[in-house]
Design a protein around this ligand. Structure first.
Ligand SMILES: *[C@@H]1O[C@H](CO)[C@@H](O)[C@H](O)[C@H]1NC(C)=O
Ligand SMILES: *[C@@H]1O[C@H](CO)[C@@H](O)[C@H](O)[C@H]1NC(C)=O
Ligand SMILES: *[C@@H]1O[C@H](CO)[C@@H](O)[C@H](O)[C@H]1NC(C)=O
Ligand SMILES: *[C@@H]1O[C@H](CO)[C@@H](O)[C@H](O)[C@H]1NC(C)=O
Ligand SMILES: *[C@@H]1O[C@H](CO)[C@@H](O)[C@H](O)[C@H]1NC(C)=O
Length: 464
């Protein structure tokens, strides 16, 4: 009897005491959490939320000097980025869709539910905070202007291709493979014309023979130019009549009624995604780039068709974006720079993004970006904004060395076939574009089989 009692006591001690300890620990953590929350919570709706919303925005190993926010000391820190304006705005939205905090908001499909009043609500909540108001006056002029208009996205379309997805071939026999969407301005007629006559021809483009498979695929290419409006005060001449004529002739102009400034470029992405979702449902890929780049379109077509032939293509295409990818870039803090972002506006590193000149993504991803953009506050730098949407879609852009943001290395530039090894190179004038295109045509047979830069080098080396 006594032994039996002793036995049970041991079992009790062994089993129950860890449980009791765990329970006490749980109570302790809960109390600590509640106390922290009550201490720092602001307005009603966000009072009961954890501070994990933007935690994934900080890459591990971030240095913590004055320009950047220090890493949050606790994971439940309610305002890990202090009073930085954009971070504050977005935090409220990210929390609303955080699957841990608000599981119900995600039940109906992560990307499809959206309540438009959310952006407006978070904007008015944050701009009413005293600390934010005080900071606002210190922002540079251009930034203040951005903030005053950052809520507005419903700019009317002034010119658009009539109900079709850009200019294309007359009798396309299959859905377009690639839509070239090029950012330009009213004044850059020469750039547009050079593109139309060279790499941006809207027609069937034959790919280059790929030696491994032997097939010579191709695809239909379409083209559209994305424009805002020149400031009529700065430009005392009225160019809209000319642009109308250009549109009637080429059918590739998509213009909206907003001022075409650097900080308004993000509007072109957002409005383009919306237009694309309406008119381009069957287009497989989008190239979005500047009007001062050279693109090797045949190589691009081949590259994209190779992507479609990959075994897991139907899964990877959903997230497909390729370009010159920058990771852990820090905001530019040089006051005079065009890219200057003060730390009272944005703190932390930028998310991974594809920058410089041009980027290619799938039509499906374009539609997903369109849906996601309704949940992300506008950011003045367009490439970074796309990265911010990507990270919220849980998608990663792929880096490819054939996207050349900063030109060739000197030695490579002189090689005869160098322009056959790239998909894109940045900073080429209209004259250069025309000349390069002629060169590329001329050397086509000699350079038929050169592989794309670097990407293939590893495979080739062992054979040599
Ligand atoms: C912040 O750290 C970076 C990298 O270590 C350094 O280059 C920069 O000068 C630092 N800035 C300040 C304000 O200390
Ligand atoms: C985008 O949202 C709309 C409506 O909210 C939905 O019908 C559509 O399937 C979504 N598109 C994608 C690609 O998720
Ligand atoms: C959107 O949310 C706001 C408050 O969050 C609510 O008042 C409004 O009714 C909602 N609208 C729709 C269409 O769900
Ligand atoms: C520019 O010209 C177009 C067509 O000729 C006209 O509709 C428009 O009102 C003019 N804009 C300005 C600012 O004068
Ligand atoms: C963006 O365009 C709007 C509409 O034309 C204009 O009022 C605003 O000043 C522009 N924003 C910037 C930052 O230039």
């Amino acid at each position: 009897m006594a032994r039996c009692y002793c036995h049970w006591r041991k079992v009790l001690i062994c089993v129950c005491s860890p449980c009791i300890c765990l329970a006490l620990l749980f109570v302790y953590i809960s109390v600590m959490l509640c106390m922290t929350m009550n201490g720092t919570a602001t307005s009603g709706s966000s009072g009961n939320l954890l501070g994990q919303g933007t935690a994934h925005f900080v890459a591990s190993g971030t240095w913590s000097n004055k320009s950047f926010a220090p890493l949050p000391k606790t994971f439940w820190d309610v305002h890990p980025y202090g009073d930085a304006f954009w971070n504050r705005l977005q935090l409220a939205i990210d929390r609303h869709f955080n699957p841990i905090l608000r599981p119900n908001n995600n039940n109906r499909g992560f990307e499809n539910t959206f309540n438009e009043s959310l952006l407006r609500q978070s904007f008015s909540e944050v701009t009413n905070l005293d600390s934010i108001r005080r900071n606002f006056d210190k922002l540079p002029q251009q930034m203040q202007e951005f903030v005053s208009y950052m809520q507005r996205r419903d700019y009317p379309t002034l010119i658009q291709p009539d109900g079709v997805c850009g200019a294309g071939a007359k009798d396309e026999k299959e859905p377009p493979l690639l839509l070239l969407a090029i950012k330009t301005t009213e004044l850059n007629f020469k750039n547009r014309q050079a593109i139309r006559q060279t790499w941006g021809q809207a027609r069937w483009v034959a790919g280059q023979k790929s030696n491994s498979r032997g097939g010579e695929g191709g695809g239909y290419v379409r083209r559209v130019f994305l424009l805002g409006k020149e400031d009529p005060e700065e430009l005392s001449v009225n160019l809209s009549e000319l642009l109308q004529m250009e549109s009637q002739h080429y059918g590739d102009i998509l213009q909206w009624d907003f001022k075409d400034t650097f900080f308004n470029l993000t509007l072109k992405d957002v409005l383009f995604w919306s237009w694309f979702s309406r008119f381009c449902s069957r287009t497989r890929f989008v190239f979005k780039g500047d009007d001062d780049v050279f693109v090797n379109t045949p190589k691009m077509i081949t590259y994209l068709q190779d992507q479609l032939k990959k075994p897991q293509a139907h899964k990877t295409i959903k997230d497909f974006m390729v370009g010159d990818v920058m990771s852990a870039a820090s905001p530019n803090r040089v006051t005079k720079s065009k890219y200057f972002i003060p730390d009272s506006f944005y703190k932390g590193l930028y998310p991974v993004y594809a920058g410089g000149g041009g980027v290619v993504y799938s039509g499906l991803l374009t539609k997903r970006l369109h849906n996601m953009s309704k949940r992300v506050h506008m950011f003045p730098i367009d490439d970074v904004y796309v990265g911010m949407c990507m990270i919220r879609l849980n998608a990663q852009p792929i880096h490819h060395p054939a996207f050349l943001t900063f030109d060739f290395p000197e030695k490579e530039k002189k090689e005869r076939c160098s322009y056959h090894t790239i998909l894109l190179v940045h900073k080429r004038s209209p004259n250069e574009v025309v000349r390069l295109w002629a060169d590329v045509k001329k050397t086509q047979t000699q350079c038929w089989e050169v592989p794309l830069r670097d990407a293939d080098k590893k495979e080739i080396k062992p054979k040599l």
